[in-house]
Design a protein. Structure first.
Length: 220
């Protein structure tokens, strides 16, 4: 009698301990499943419901076997069933996690895209290497400073406004020095003035419209 009572208590203790462990394992597995679903990874809902129901039945059976006296055989069956369910849940979690990891890798790594990207990177690397061997052109230098260009543009604007009002302004010393001895009609003077107008245009002092007007006036 004492032996049966001791065995019953032992089975109850084992069943209760395993039931508590199963509850913790079950909660952990459900959290993992729901987090997997929430993250957008594909999951077979039928498999999820099947494992969920089997897990609930196994948990309830383990608890019932632990609190019901005298059912030694059923307690043993419950312990074995619990162990089997634990193994099934563990395998199921491994399969789901592996499937999710595989799908994530397939989503991130596209062989065709990666091949094209690698080819493009290789082509860009070759182009960069080829261009790095070419001499870099020196920046274009202007013959006048920005202050001089602004001063010249201001004088030109004043002269244009005065001319529009019918007033003739005397030529400045700079403009007189720019005119060669052959006169303003010489080709050398026109080329020189065109270069200066282009420098003023490049430096932002003259607008394109002003440059075109100056060019038209110069070339007549």
């Amino acid at each position: 009698m004492g032996r049966g009572s001791g065995a019953s208590s032992l089975f109850k203790f084992i069943s209760l301990a395993l039931s508590i462990a199963f509850i913790l394992k079950f909660c952990s597995g459900m959290i993992t499943c729901f987090s997997t679903i929430g993250s957008g990874m594909s999951l077979n809902w039928e498999s999820f419901k099947t494992v969920f129901l089997i897990s609930v039945i196994g948990m309830l059976a383990s608890v019932l076997m632990a609190i019901m006296p005298g059912l030694y055989g059923l307690a043993v069956v419950a312990v074995l069933g619990f162990s089997i369910m634990t193994i099934i849940v563990a395998i199921w979690q491994i399969v789901i996690l592996r499937q999710s990891a595989t799908e994530m890798l397939e989503y991130i790594y596209d062989p065709e895209t990666e091949t094209r990207s690698a080819a493009g990177a290789f082509r860009n690397m070759n182009i960069s290497a080829a261009t790095s061997r070419r001499p870099v052109p020196a920046p274009k230098k202007t013959s006048m400073t920005r202050e001089e260009a602004q001063k010249r543009a201001e004088e030109m604007r004043k002269r244009r406004e005065a001319k529009a009002n019918g007033i003739e302004l005397p030529e400045s010393s700079d403009e007189k020095s720019d005119v060669p001895s052959e006169g303003a009609d010489s080709e050398e003077y026109k080329i020189r003035m065109l270069k200066e107008y282009k420098e003023l245009l490049d430096s932002g002092v003259l607008t394109q419209e002003e440059f075109d007007q100056k060019k038209k006036q110069l070339l007549g």
